[in-house]
Write a protein that binds this ligand. Sequence first.
Ligand code: NAP
Length: 348
Amino acid sequence: MAEKVIIIGSGPAGWAAAIYAARAELRPLVFEGAITEENRLAGTLPLGQLALTTEVENYPGFPAGNLAAYLDDSIESNKRQMMPPHAGHGVSGPELMELMRQQAVNFGTRVVTDDVVEVDLDVHPFRLTASSGEVHETMAVIVATGARANYLGLESEERFKNRGVSACAVCDGALPRFRNKPLVVVGGGDSAVEEADYLGKFASTVYMVHRRDQLRASKIMAQRAMDNPKIEILWNRVVDEVLGSESDGVTGARLKSTVGKEDLRIEAAGFFLAIGHTPNTAFLRGKLEMNEKGYVKWTTPMRTHTSVEGVFAAGDVADDYYRQAITAAGTGCMAALDAERWLAAKGL
Ligand code: NAP
């Protein structure tokens, strides 16, 4: 029998959509993504990008404080064991995501730990194929697959992936190979500052390599970079090559100048990318209208409807502008309400 609604994706948009859809008695089925090495390397494991961050200081409702007892009470103990110890902050990304997932499950959401790899939106009910080969039919779909970190695309970067090259400081920064060593962060946005700040806890120096003479980061974050004595910003520089050896992995980087200065060679044990994101929409190519960067298009302003009736999109997969946890959750709610109303109007 066809599902009423399938939600693809397990970040804040996916879980918010699931909470609303479950409470509307649509019995949502969430594909939270598969736990595979490929997804780990791509940054597309279940629970999305927030699971790859540390403290979340801007999600309303979590001022500083110690949530430890609440977390112990709210989330299964085996999940708690997998999470870093609560350090008296408001809430961390992994904690927030587990709380959202649990809240969705509490209202009857069913969860499949697999990827949707193909969709047929020309038939109704729609047909979704999982990587296991299982096919699921559904009346409505909410796409909430988010986005993932970009790489520069250098051959040398590819060679040292997992051996010093990473797009997630929070996942990899604490590894012994990076302790008390100089590290590189590429980028000048909020993510780059966040990563550099985090890595500063372990590194001797963090070189932020930025291609311009001004950070893109918000004022408060830019100030954080300036104030951190461990961070040194290398302005007007782009990476020409990640240097390293088979035995040691990354050992440094060669940087070109964007303003005509000489190349600069720096020593570094780690090389972290923070240069923006790509939406996880490959499996939807040619099926839904997207913008030139591959983000799913909303066809009506302030509605989550897409170019296919009955398919809705929420979160970063449809937003290359705000990209916040709170906006993702907000549009997840909107997508569930839009789906519910659409199903009701169709008598489905
Ligand atoms: P972003 O704001 O798009 O910044 C990307 C940075 O990477 C820019 O500085 C860009 O340089 C640089 N870049 C892009 N392609 C490059 C390339 N090929 N080579 C070298 N440099 C390259 O992305 P983001 O930092 O991931 O932030 C995305 C959104 O999330 C923003 O809205 C941000 O506010 C939000 N965010 C917020 C927080 C927070 O508040 N704590 C933390 C993380 C992210 P140019 O500046 O020259 O374009």
